[in-house]
Design a protein around this ligand. Structure first.
Ligand SMILES: [Zn+2]
Length: 228
């Protein structure tokens, strides 16, 4: 199996880390969390000569999902123009984030993000399912708290995960929304992320990535959760 590379494209006023995951040899790819600025994402796809097969969402917030409908449409139009009628499915998040996806246009108006559209994924994902990205297998973990349907994707072959807004370098996801649940977020980190192992590197929704070990040792929000 060849390498899976990650190109991070910060998008929206929230500087959300939209990520292009790309198989180095085949150029098969997936876009994770296209929150907006779809033209910039398309430019990155072109620069990498990537063939995007799907769009994957960790959760339903505007800065992660707001550009998904527009990007899907743009990629399918490109395919059609090239004589390929294949669709570009949107996969994830967990259906408990449906209310957020159905409110993306309203979220966009509230946060000044133009072009955000409501979205119905082609496939909802759930805890324990397998997600294929560019020929590489990922396991799906349900990690609620930041949103009710938040998912984390963990590679089954290399120590790497996409954790969205669950865990950051030196911080954790905010839970001060009406539907937020701080205790659930800490439980998800303790019971699902820390046991992945210290060597697991992750990309997150905002700012630089880190490793599980680095956060277990130094993240002040994880103090008292107990060493794995
Ligand atoms: Zn979020």
């Amino acid at each position: 199996m060849t390498r899976l590379n990650a190109a991070v494209i910060p998008v929206t006023p929230f500087q959300q880390n939209c990520t292009l995951l790309l198989d180095e040899a085949s150029r098969r790819a997936a876009v994770i969390d296209p929150g907006g600025e779809v033209q910039r994402i398309l430019a990155a796809i072109d620069q990498q000569d990537a063939r995007v097969e799907k769009i994957v969402l960790t959760h339903g917030h505007i800065d992660h999902a707001g550009g998904a409908a527009l990007l899907k449409e743009a990629l399918e139009q490109r395919r059609a123009a090239a004589g390929d009628a294949g669709s570009v499915p949107v996969e994830g998040p967990d259906p408990r984030d449906r209310f957020l996806l159905e409110g993306l246009a309203a979220q966009g108006r509230a946060y000044g993000i133009a072009d955000a559209r409501n979205l119905a994924p082609d496939r909802w994902l759930a805890e324990g399912e397998e997600l294929e990205i560019a020929g590489h297998a990922f396991k799906v973990l349900h990690c609620p708290g930041h949103t009710p349907g938040h998912l984390v994707f963990v590679s089954t072959s290399v120590p790497f995960a996409i954790v969205g807004d669950v865990l950051f370098r030196g911080s954790i996801g905010r839970t001060d929304f009406p539907y937020g649940d701080h205790d659930a977020l800490l439980r998800a980190i303790r019971d699902k992320l820390l046991p992945l192992g210290d060597e697991v590197a992750f990309l997150c929704g905002h700012g630089p990535g880190s490793t599980i070990g680095e956060e277990r040792r130094s993240n002040p929000f994880l103090r008292g959760l107990g060493a794995a």
